[in-house]
Design a protein around this ligand. Structure first.
Ligand code: HEM
Ligand code: HEM
Length: 185
């Protein structure tokens, strides 16, 4: 029988691909490389459904493991807590992200307050997603059966930390260029 963990793994692959689609398109616009397209909103709205499914399955797995006292990876107790806390932060900031852009989409005239709101909310959302992925990607690789020895795991974690940090900087810079740059020139 196909387990919930396998369904979650498939969902995560779908989420990552859709998130890349949504984020790369939006980011190219923020950097001024492409012109406005309704796809920015459409890709975001589609992303919503698999993320909600991932939240429900992950919360179920988290509390099931907790109540059984199961710990899949003995050294990673604090990692699971980080996944839960960053996950809850994602729910809060993604909700504010969606609310903000549904009231004041990118293509429309914005006020200083709306621009400040988008900048702060989006930055905090990026940080929450980065923290979640920093912990989750190495765990995800273990779930897929990679990273069998400890050295490999430690090495991979370091690389993921760097990759996530660089992506975070590129994302925040996009917002700075668009919102701060937009106010200046
Ligand atoms: C941007 C959206 C998200 C992405 C790309 C993402 C990605 C991932 C990945 C890659 C894993 C690792 C799975 C594994 O260990 O095999 C994971 C696990 C987890 N995620 Fe997310 N996630 C997202 C949003 C959320 C949200 C909103 C929550 C809300 C609570 C959440 C809660 C969790 C939890 C609790 C786990 C651990 C599940 C377990 O014990 O197996 N995630 N996520
Ligand atoms: C990490 C990177 C992300 C970036 C760079 C990003 C960027 C953007 C931008 C620039 C818009 C405005 C589009 C417009 O007004 O035309 C937008 C809208 C949207 N985003 Fe994101 N986003 C990200 C993550 C997410 C996540 C994780 C979700 C949800 C699960 C999401 C859901 C949405 C939705 C639903 C909208 C449309 C809101 C509406 O008008 O109804 N985004 N995003």
């Amino acid at each position: 029988m196909i387990s919930l963990r396998k369904i979650n793994t498939l969902l995560i692959i779908v989420i990552v691909l859709m998130l890349l689609n949504h984020a790369v398109l939006s980011l190219l616009y923020l950097y001024g490389i492409i012109s406005y397209s309704p796809d920015f909103q459409i890709t975001g709205r589609r992303l919503f459904y698999p993320v909600v499914a991932h939240i429900i399955i992950s919360m179920y797995l988290y509390f099931k493991d907790k109540s059984r006292g199961v710990n899949r990876y003995p050294n990673l107790i604090s990692d699971t807590t980080q996944q839960l806390i960053s996950g809850i932060m994602i729910i809060v900031f993604v909700s504010l992200h969606i609310l903000g852009y549904s009231f004041n989409p990118l293509g429309e005239q914005s006020t200083f307050n709306f621009s400040l709101y988008h900048f702060i909310v989006d930055t905090l959302m990026f940080v929450s997603i980065a923290v979640h992925l920093r912990v989750s990607i190495p765990k995800f690789m273990i779930s897929l059966g990679f990273l069998e020895n400890k050295d490999e795991h430690v090495n991979f974690k370091r690389k993921v930390n760097w990759a996530v940090l660089i992506i975070l900087i590129v994302l925040i810079l996009g917002e700075v260029m668009y919102y701060v740059g937009g106010a200046l020139w």
